[in-house]
Every structure is written in C-alpha cells, then in structure tokens.
Write a protein that binds this ligand. Structure first.
Ligand code: AGP
Length: 605
C-alpha cells in the first residue's frame, strides 16, 4: 500500500531515477503519483491523481531538475485519490516535503494541534502532519535530522516515510516503523525504497532498515540511528543479489501471465531448496500440541491446503485462521502452540499484527515467505523461503504454487520425522519430483482452452467455483483470481453446500466451474454437476486425463495430468483457473497486473 522512493545523487537527472523506480513500485498502489526535488534551495513538486504513465504524459514528472528528491505512488487510505491528497505533501511554506507509506493513527489529534497553532493543512491525508511537525521543529532551530526524529516520536501507527528540506540540498531523512524500507547504494547515488525490486539496476548493495530506525542519506554517506535514543547504529550492507532483483516481463504482455508460465521453474526451485531448511521447519511443527496456520487472501488458501496435509500426512493438530480474525478470544492457545505464518510479501499487516501480539508469549513463531529480509522474517524464530523469485503481478500465482509445493515438502518431512504414513510420504515425493513437468503440461494443454472459455465467462457477472475435499482450496483460489482481476463476482464454495442456498442464483447460462479429480468425492460431485445442469448452468470442469463421466455432463473442460496422490491435485487444477482469470480479465478490457482498489502488499489492517 503506497510505494516510496528517494534518491540523492552526485549527478543531475535524479527525477528520472525516481520515476523509473516508482514504475517498479506501482504495484503497491496506483491511484496517484508525485515527485519532489530540491534545486537551487527550492522544492519543486509535480503530482496528480492517475497512473504513473498518465501523470508523466501530463506533467513530465521525470524532468524535474535537481540531484536529490523523493517520489510516491499511492493506494488511498485517508483521503480520496486526488491531486491535493497525492504525495509529496508539504509544510506551510513549501520548505519540507514528505512521502509516506502506512498509517498515522493519531493524525486527527495532531492535525487539530497543528491547525490551532496556525498551520495550514491542505490535504485530507494522515501523512501531511509529518511535514508540518518537521516544519515546527526546524523553526525551533533544530537540524533536519533532529527535527524529523522529534516529529517521528510524536507519531503513533505503522509507517515508513522520507523527508527532504529546501534547507538541505542533498539530504534525505527517512524513518521506518512497521512499514518496509530499504536503502540502496551505488557508485553515484544513495536511495531509499519501499522494497528491493524497485531499486535501480546500478545499486550494488542494500541495507535493510529495522523498525525504529532513522537514516540520513547523502550521495556519499549513510548514517543510521536508533529513533528513540539517537544512538548511531552499525551498517549491515548486503549484496543486491542476496536479497533478490526484479525481472522484466520477458516478452509477455503482462507480469501475471509471465508468472503463470514461470511456475514449472518455480517447482524446480522449490525442489532445490536445501533439505536442511525444510527439515528444521518440519521439526518445529511436529513438536507442538497444536499448529495454527495464518495468512490472508491467496496465502490463506495455502494455509487451508497446509492444514489438510499436516493432518493427513503427519497427524498434526493443525488449524487454518484468516490472520485478521486471529483474536485471542476465538483461539485456544495451549502452552505448546506454534503459529506458521504464510505470506508472499512478508509485509501483510494483518499477519504482522498477529506475530507482534504473540512475540512475547510462549508461542513458537514460524513463517513461509517469498521475501527475504521482509518484516515477517524478523518476527519469527525460523522461516523458509518460497524460492519463487519476485512476483510483480498483483494476483498471486507462482507464489501460490510455491507455497503448495513447499508445504508438501514440509509435510513429507514431518511425516518422515514422526515415522508415520510412509506410503503418503513416498507418493508425495514422487509427485514433487515430476511437479515441474506436470505443471508445464497443465499450462500448455489448458492455455488455448482458457482463452476459449474466457470468452463465455467474460460475458457474465457471476460465477461459482465448486469442489469437495481438499480442492475447496482450488475453488476458493479460482474464485479469488477471477474476481480480483476481471471484476466478475465469483464465489468458491463446497459443492455439497451449494444446494443449501447458492443454487437459488443459478439460471440459464450461469457459469459453474467444478474441480473434479478422480478422488473419493468424484461420484458425489457428478451429482452436484447434474443439479446445476438441471437449472441451466454453463458447466466448466477441471478433469483428469482419461476422464469420461464428468466430461460427458460438462459444457467445457480443462484437462489435467492424472496423479496418484489426489490430495495434491490443487497444485495442478489451479493452473487453468489462473489462466481463465487472466484471459477473462483481458476479454473484459481489465488490466490484470493493476486491478482496481488492490495493491500487492497490504500494509494496513
Ligand atoms: C492474491 O491474488 C491477492 N492479491 C491477495 O489476496 C494476497 O494473497 C493477500 O493480500 C496476502 O498477501 P501476502 O501473501 O503477501 O501476505
């Protein structure tokens, strides 16, 4: 939610560097954009509502003069998307500019105090108070770094922000408190960014800021200090390669479809993750009396999958919980409980909130995430990476596959440690070894079918995704993908439940997508298909190769390779549903990489 970027350079043209980086941050928010630079002792600002390229065409934000500046791409929380609410935001005199990501919880009282002290606040954002607070402290004669520190100490909430001042030609002061912020260092410039993939290619090393730190950046130096004590802290630079870098679209029209096509490679990556890491995590899961798996959105669906497998393969008392619903009132904590947090970004505020609340309790905190150095990795005692590479498309695809495969590896290892369910573990290992080629086949066979079926689905406003057993995960994920990028209302539902209410919606041509591997639910699901067909539904089914019965009663089918361990069919059956969502979005003229109202990292609760 919102991307911030700042750069201070030895050379002119810093606004171009900021602009290019904002384009890489746009997945964090894209309802408005803005840039501010310092030139000849003045701050120059250009900003407006709209996507970055639209605003660039209108205002040429990449042509602002100067060697030092900050930029912002916004996902509105406080105040509607508008020019006034776009960042950078300034103080009364236009001598301080700020870009902010996160939420200032006490902004209303700060606004009131500032207004009664004579400050003129022009936006409806929570962020603007920062600029005015810094202004106040500068007017009291403090240096910029101390003024920012004092201002930050008055804020409550989670935030990362960067400040420039007309009084300091080449300095950026930035602060991190529960929202991500990293520093990039190159030969000619130093920059700060909401995440690593947005860093310019010239960056050679990266410093990941911790919560409660303030950094002073100039083109040749970085100083980091503790926000409260002001004490200088040692720098711990990492090579850029070790924290990951951004891939481009590689000839694909969108990141989403590129990332779907990367899934076979992701399967190979997951298989190459060192067994020692997986063993360590599995070993922590077999010890507790109870394990909660927490996540949001797609990652929550992975939690449901992981729960099934932990119970089935390793006899572990596992429970999935949507992170935003993890309240102590509804959760029974035993003295020996573990929490496994699953998050692609490692920055989802709902997940972080749970981990922060549990950090001082007697609970083992574990995580699976795709982003090394993310906030989640600092809060848990042990984590395993997803090895999926950077995911840019707002709709999670390859990281979901990575989550399912990594969970399969972990559950297999847990079964081995406990010495139970040998056959299931061997069967899972067999699947994992061939998963890359199976996913490859799932894509190549079904992509033309997805293009064709999407034409029908795109004409509709609703769809059901129905399944039984473990494939309820697939149904939930298929529905989420379709609704988030094509804006077709879709519901994932247990097929057996459909007759208890949802079936009332079904009429001629109503799309019902069924997931039907030949497992123990097969005959029952045929019954559910017949119920829908009798009411005129347009039935699309995901079937295994060689299937005849479901094919016969379906209007269209996706065909997936047959596998032995049916509990792992979600790994394959979700692939055509990702493609269906993608092509339905295109058919409806939607941008699959930048769905409205969404952002890649959801850093608000
Ligand atoms: C997935 O397509 C969504 N964009 C969203 O539901 C996402 O999975 C959710 O916000 C959780 O994100 P995380 O995995 O980064 O924690």
């Amino acid at each position: 939610m919102c991307g911030i970027f700042g750069c201070t350079s030895l050379r002119e043209g810093v606004s171009r560097v900021i602009y290019d980086s904002l384009k890489r941050l746009e997945y964090r928010g894209y309802d408005s954009v803005g840039l501010a630079t310092i030139y000849n002792g003045h701050i120059f600002i250009k900003k407006d509502q709209g996507k970055i390229e639209e605003v660039e065409r209108k205002l040429e934000i990449s042509k602002l003069p100067g060697r030092c500046g900050i930029g912002h791409t916004r996902w509105a929380t406080h105040g509607a998307p508008s020019k006034e609410n776009a960042h950078p935001l300034t103080d009364c005199e236009g001598k301080v500019a700020v870009v902010h990501n996160g939420i200032i919880e006490n902004y209303l009282e700060l606004r009131e105090e500032l207004a009664s002290a004579g400050h003129k606040l022009r936006s409806r954002t929570d962020s603007e108070v920062i600029a005015h607070l810094v202004e106040d402290f500068l007017n009291k004669g403090l240096a910029i770094e101390e003024a920012v520190r004092r201002a930050a100490l008055l804020l409550r909430g989670s935030y990362a922000f960067a400040v420039i001042s007309a009084l300091y030609n080449d300095a950026i002061i930035c602060v991190r408190m529960e929202s991500p912020l990293v520093i990039g260092v190159s030969r000619d410039f130093v920059c700060c960014s909401s995440d690593v993939p947005a860093l310019p290619p010239e960056v050679e090393s990266v410093v990941i800021m911790n919560d409660g730190e303030l950094a002073v950046l100039t083109p040749r130096a970085i100083a980091i200090e503790d926000l409260v004590s002001g004490q200088q802290l040692p720098l711990k630079p990492l090579s850029k390669e070790s924290v990951g870098s951004l891939a481009d679209r590689g000839g694909f029209a969108h990141y989403m479809v590129k990332e779907i096509h990367e899934q076979p490679q992701v399967a190979l990556n997951v298989m190459s993750a060192p067994r020692a890491f997986i063993f360590k995590l599995a070993n922590e899961l077999v010890k507790p009396d109870r394990v909660y798996l927490i996540g949001c959105g797609t990652s929550y669906h992975a939690c449901v999958f992981g729960t099934y497998l932990l119970r089935l393969m390793a006899d572990i008392d596992a429970h999935p919980v949507v992170a935003s619903e993890f309240h102590s009132s509804c959760i029974r904590m035993t003295p020996n409980t573990a929490v496994l947090a699953i998050s692609q970004s490692g920055e989802t505020a709902d997940v972080l909130q749970v981990l922060r609340a549990l950090r001082d309790k007697d609970v083992k905190l574990l995580a699976l995430t795709n982003v090394m150095g993310s906030s989640i990795t600092r809060l848990v005692s042990l984590y395993v990476g997803l090895y999926a590479g950077p995911e840019v498309g707002v709709a999670a695809t390859k990281t979901f596959i990575a989550q399912l495969l990594m969970l399969t590896r972990i559950c297999t290892e847990a079964a081995r440690i406990k010495g139970v369910n040998h056959d299931l573990a061997s069967s899972a290992e067999k699947f994992l070894r061939s998963s890359a080629s199976l996913i490859e086949k799932a894509i190549s066979v079904n992509e033309p079918r997805a293009k064709d079926i999407a034409v029908d689905i795109a004409l509709r406003d609703n769809a059901f995704f129905l399944a039984r057993g473990i494939n309820i995960v697939t149904a939930l994920e298929g529905a989420l993908k379709l609704k988030e990028i094509s804006y077709i209302h879709a519901e994932g539902y247990p097929a057996g439940e459909s007759k208890h209410g949802p079936i009332a919606l079904v009429e001629e041509g109503y799309p019902c997508i069924f997931i039907c591997p030949r497992d123990e639910t097969y005959n029952k699901i045929i019954g559910n298909i017949m119920e829908m067909k009798a009411r005129g539904a347009f039935v699309v089914s995901c079937v295994e190769e060689g299937d005849r019965d479901v094919k016969e009663v379906s209007d269209k089918t996706f065909v997936l390779p047959e596998i032995e361990l049916k509990q792992l069919t979600p790994v394959l059956h979700v692939v055509p549903l990702q493609l269906l969502a993608y092509y339905a979005a295109l058919a409806r003229g939607c941008d699959p990489d930048r769905p409205r109202n969404l952002a890649k990292s959801v850093t608000v609760t």
